[in-house]
Design a protein around this ligand. Structure first.
Ligand code: ADP
Length: 291
């Protein structure tokens, strides 16, 4: 399901003395099957933007297209229920919304509310427990007896239980330790590839954006200021710096290395592994040149 935004603007508390513009002139396209990262400082409009991607907010200006549904200021909210089922959002600290007495009941709750039979909801819940790498015996435990990382997985399973075709992740690793962060990011990458899930990640981490995404949207001051592949966006270091954003560590290291050897490498290293590979190749070439 493709999603596109055309000249989208949004005001909180419109037509009141508290009116506050949060988005202005946002243009972006998210293709079906892509992995998009939305990056920007606090207050740049990321959360407001993501609530437009599943019809939770309607644009005050411009148009949002989600699959075959077109949403503008006048669109009736009633018609958007279906969109919300197809575009799942994992909000920050989703484990705060767990409430059922057992893990399996928590995961089943959403689909059953949407008319899925108890049997089918249970089948999905057990499938998701396995898919998310949770031990099977957590199913009948209280979600509140699990570790923080496990609770987060249960909450994510609750969103996946709707079988969304688009998954939006708002800072999904906030508050996790480095190992938990890596595990969760790898899990989403696996889901993205295995289930062909269109993935939209809101993040502060340039490293995660570089490693996982194939499409970037840089937000600043309520508008989309840079869009493109990671290679395109990270090629313009000066423009990024003008929005007070830096390069991912691997690209920064590559630039420093290039200054030292006095020439540019042909590709941008989006991960440490790629960086090691490119440097090894450059070293071999230097060696061959000096023979
Ligand atoms: P981010 O997610 O990048 O931190 P937000 O979308 O939360 O940015 O905020 C964009 C702008 O909208 C900010 O200026 C913020 O203060 C304002 N804003 C966010 N939520 C509300 C709200 N409920 N009411 C009024 N203004 C808001």
């Amino acid at each position: 399901m493709d999603i596109s935004l055309q000249n989208v603007g949004y005001f909180y508390s419109k037509d009141t003395p508290f009116e506050k513009r949060a988005l202005q002139g946002v243009d972006a396209t998210i293709h079906s099957g892509s992995y998009t990262a939305i990056i920007g400082h606090t207050g740049s409009g990321k959360s407001t933007l993501l609530m437009h991607l599943n019809g939770l907010l309607k644009p005050s200006e411009g148009v949002v297209r989600i699959g075959d549904t077109t949403i503008s200021a006048g669109t009736k909210t009633k018609g958007l229920k279906d969109v919300r089922r197809h575009v799942g959002i994992v909000f920050q600290f989703p484990e705060h919304q767990l409430f059922e007495e057992t893990v399996v009941k928590d995961i089943m709750f959403g689909p059953m509310n949407f008319g899925v039979s108890e049997e089918e909801a249970k089948r999905r819940a057990y499938e998701l427990i396995t898919l998310l790498g949770l031990p099977e015996d957590v199913a009948e435990k209280s979600p509140f007896d699990l570790s923080g990382g496990q609770m987060r997985r249960v909450a994510i399973a609750g969103v996946l239980a709707f079988k969304p075709s688009v998954l939006i992740l708002d800072e999904p690793t906030a508050g996790l330790d480095p190992r938990g962060r890596k595990e969760i990011m790898e899990l989403f990458n696996h889901l993205h590839k295995k289930e062909d899930l269109t993935t939209i990640l809101v993040t502060h981490s340039m490293e995660d954006a570089a490693r996982y995404a194939d499409n970037l949207i840089i937000m600043s001051n309520g508008t989309s200021v840079m869009t493109g592949t990671p290679e395109e966006v990270f090629a313009d270091e000066e423009k990024l710096a003008s929005y007070r954003l830096g390069l991912p560590r691997s690209v920064q290291f590559q630039r420093d290395f290039e200054k030292k050897i006095g020439r540019k490498l042909s590709d941008i290293a989006l991960t440490e592994e790629q960086l090691a590979e490119f440097i090894a190749k450059a070293a071999l070439e230097e060696g061959a040149d000096s023979c």
